[in-house]
Design a protein around this ligand. Sequence first.
Ligand SMILES: [Mg+2]
Length: 152
Amino acid sequence: MNISFDLDDTLIPGVKRFPVERRTIWQKLVSRESLRSGTVALMKRLIQDNHRVHIYTTSYRSPFYIRMLFLSYGIYVNKIINKSVHDKTLEKRAGSISKYPPAFGIDWHIDDSPGVAIEGTRHQFRTIIIPENDMEWTTTILTQLLAGEAGA
Ligand SMILES: [Mg+2]
């Protein structure tokens, strides 16, 4: 399956705070940003299980930067959708919806925003919403993906 992840407050702390992955000197050189603790193991597992991992962010971080950030942890991110790509692809619809994963062939989108879950219900795409205090967040994701597969 194709699975996309939000960045801000889902994988990268901003307003919301959570433990982050330890960083090597190389990773510190690539980015000042840290990834949420558990991100690397989760993504590696998903890729090993033949899923494709994507990033879908409403920020303007460059796709090159995002690619390098994840590559520094040994993770190959498939598609990288930032706000510019979203706007370009969705054209007139871009303003009325913050994220629309089906436009990019994405089956599941993982986010921190309950608003995105509402959009998912309204526009028929599947979301998994992760609260900042969910210490078992990677288990939450794996469980919901499995339940979705069983129900599909
Ligand atoms: Mg977010």
